[in-house]
Design a protein around this ligand. Structure first.
Ligand SMILES: [Zn+2]
Length: 271
């Protein structure tokens, strides 16, 4: 049995799979702000989903940058409690020998690129707009394998000297204008309650600045919009403008767990 954990700043999903392509079970819960409690919930979730079966491998996504060599979380702007701490802060020692820890947005990107809206494209630029803004570029090879770049595209500066998101403090970064939290701070309304076209046009303008800036380095064939803001996609898609097609994520909330299984497939085949 394979397990994929996608821990976002707001929600965590744990899924099981036998074949690394389809999900057997998924557990979803709000991410607990106390890492000790969060670790306990994750462990019991993993045990419940494997339920006595042999646990083959775990892919574990976290909302930040990881240093696998040191076995540490590095920068986790929207879950600061674990920054600089070892992986065992969230994942029990007994699992670590058979686990791979990666940025959650990179996993979302892999899931969408291989199984979702990016299926027919070679270079897939994925962006997730949720609590924060993240993303990754996935490049597929002819043999079916893929490479990916997991940086911090959400912190690309789009408005020099602009507002700073409390999570990261970068003046004018993409996250400060395009995340769900920033939407609320900028427009004084929750995205799910907003039907004002002018607001959505303004929001899309910020997204466009990000897409066009990222396109210069990514040279992707498509942009995929994921994360909780993708649920409101129909309200702002008409205002999106980029050099390549922009589409909505297909697997939405499950992009990260699908990506975890897809990456596991590649990791184990390489072993
Ligand atoms: Zn930032």
């Amino acid at each position: 049995m394979y397990i994929s954990v996608d821990m976002g700043a707001t929600k965590t999903r744990i899924a099981s799979s036998e074949n690394l392509t389809t999900l057997v079970k998924v557990k979803r819960f709000y991410t607990n702000k106390n890492p000790i409690t969060q670790k306990q919930i994750i462990s019991s979730g993993i045990d419940e989903l494997t339920s006595g079966k042999n646990l083959d491998f775990i892919c574990f996504g976290v909302p930040g940058v990881v240093d696998r060599q040191a076995g540490n979380f590095v920068k986790v702007p929207n879950y600061k409690e674990i920054g600089g701490k070892p992986f065992t802060t969230l994942l029990d020692q007994k699992y670590l020998g058979n686990a791979f820890v990666e940025n959650d947005a990179a996993l979302g990107a892999i899931g969408e690129a291989v199984l979702g809206a990016g299926k027919d494209f070679k270079r897939v630029g994925y962006l997730t707009f949720g609590t924060g803004t993240g993303g990754a570029l996935v490049v597929k090879k002819d043999d079916g394998d893929f490479g990916y770049e997991s940086g911090e595209p959400g912190h690309t500066i789009i408005i020099p000297g602009g507002r700073a998101a409390p999570s990261c403090n970068h003046a004018g970064c993409m996250e400060a204008y395009t995340s769900g939290h920033s939407f609320e701070a900028l427009f004084n309304i929750k995205p799910q309650n907003c039907s004002d076209k002018d607001v959505w046009a303004k929001y899309a303008e910020y997204v466009n600045l990000g897409l066009n800036t990222l396109y210069v380095t990514w040279k992707c064939d498509v942009f995929i919009i994921g994360g909780s803001m993708a649920l409101e996609y129909d309200l702002f898609s008409e205002f999106l403008k980029a050099p390549v097609p922009v589409v909505r994520s297909l697997t939405l909330d499950d992009a990260g767990v699908y990506g975890g299984f897809t990456l596991t497939k590649q990791i184990l085949a390489l072993k």
